[in-house]
Design a binder for this molecule. Structure first.
Ligand SMILES: Cc1cc2nc3c(=O)[nH]c(=O)nc-3n(C[C@H](O)[C@H](O)[C@H](O)COP(=O)(O)O)c2cc1C
Length: 213
């Protein structure tokens, strides 16, 4: 039984504002999160939907400076390789982008999917085992929104070699790397994605992504 919650117009409006506010953040203040807030965000993330209710998300809070250093080196190496794939003005623009807040963010959270979890008894994933990864992404987005609703920013770093990262982090066996999240209070708040403001990629209008058959 639920508590009979019926969404009001104000609730819908506020929720819509949250979707607009939720930005990928790369510019963090260095001060720590309020005590207990990380645990609250993880609890909210665990409310996400998952295939067969498998709840395959696993979170590693990376606190050790030497491990953080390895992650930063991994990013710098991979970002250099990625930069070399662009030419001309796009290459210059790419080089000017800030694509991670690893040096400033007070919290580093690596997120994995347990690909061998018994939870859920395999329901829903016989034909699409990748639904465990999709479920983990749902948890990440839930965390992202819960964070933003509390004035906290999240940045998703994917410019990493996942194999090297999993080894450096001593990740659990059968844990598939999904995301490396930088979490902290943002230096500035924006409604527009940074990549739009920097001229890398505009938003695509919603009318362009809906098709019929
Ligand atoms: C799966 C995924 C991977 C991403 N990886 C990176 C990344 O490595 N570096 C980065 O700066 N942003 C990364 N982002 C953030 C996107 O660039 C950002 O979400 C996008 O530009 C839209 O901006 P917005 O999140 O502010 O709406 C990632 C986002 C997603 C969903």
């Amino acid at each position: 039984m639920s508590d009979g919650f019926l969404p009001t117009e104000k609730f819908s409006t506020d929720l819509d504002r949250l979707f607009v506010w939720r930005r990928d953040v790369r510019h963090f203040r260095k001060d720590p999160l309020e005590k207990g807030l990380l645990e609250t965000l993880i609890e909210r993330a665990c409310l996400a939907p998952s295939v067969g209710n498998a709840q395959p998300w696993r979170f590693l809070n990376i606190e050790t400076p030497s491990i953080r250093e390895k992650v930063a080196s991994n990013f710098e190496r991979e970002n250099g390789l990625a930069a070399a794939t662009y030419k001309g003005t796009k290459a210059n623009l790419y080089a000017s982008l800030k694509l991670a807040g690893l040096r400033e963010a007070p919290i580093h959270l690596a997120v994995f999917a347990d690909t061998e979890t018994d939870a859920g008894s395999g329901l829903g994933r016989r034909t699409m085992p990748e639904t465990l990864a999709y479920s983990t992404v749902c948890a990440i987005y839930t965390l992202w929104l819960a964070a933003r609703a509390r004035g906290v920013g999240v940045g998703w770093v994917s410019i990493l070699d996942p194999q090297v990262l999993s080894e450096d982090l001593n990740a659990g066996e059968n844990w598939q790397f999904i995301a490396y999240l930088c979490i902290g209070y943002p230096v500035e708040n924006h409604d527009e994605p940074e990549l739009v403001r920097q001229g890398w990629q505009d938003r695509i209008d919603a009318s362009k992504v809906l098709f019929s058959r």
